[in-house]
Design a protein around this ligand. Structure first.
Ligand SMILES: [Zn+2]
Length: 54
């Protein structure tokens, strides 16, 4: 599992599954902003900004 979250990095949910499904690994928030740059669905935490490719 992750020890430190790098907020500049985009994690991949296949490598780093959610600790709690649908919640941010870093701050446990369930609110996200989603963007789809280059056809990839990126979920960004609304609170801390952690990004995950889902
Ligand atoms: Zn977060």
């Amino acid at each position: 599992m992750l020890k430190e979250i790098d907020l500049d990095k985009i994690y991949d949910i296949r490598e780093y599954p959610d600790k709690h499904s649908g919640r941010c690994d870093n701050c446990d928030t369930a609110q996200f902003k989603s963007t789809i740059p280059k056809g990839e669905f990126i979920r960004q935490c609304a609170k801390c900004g952690m990004k995950k490719r889902v």
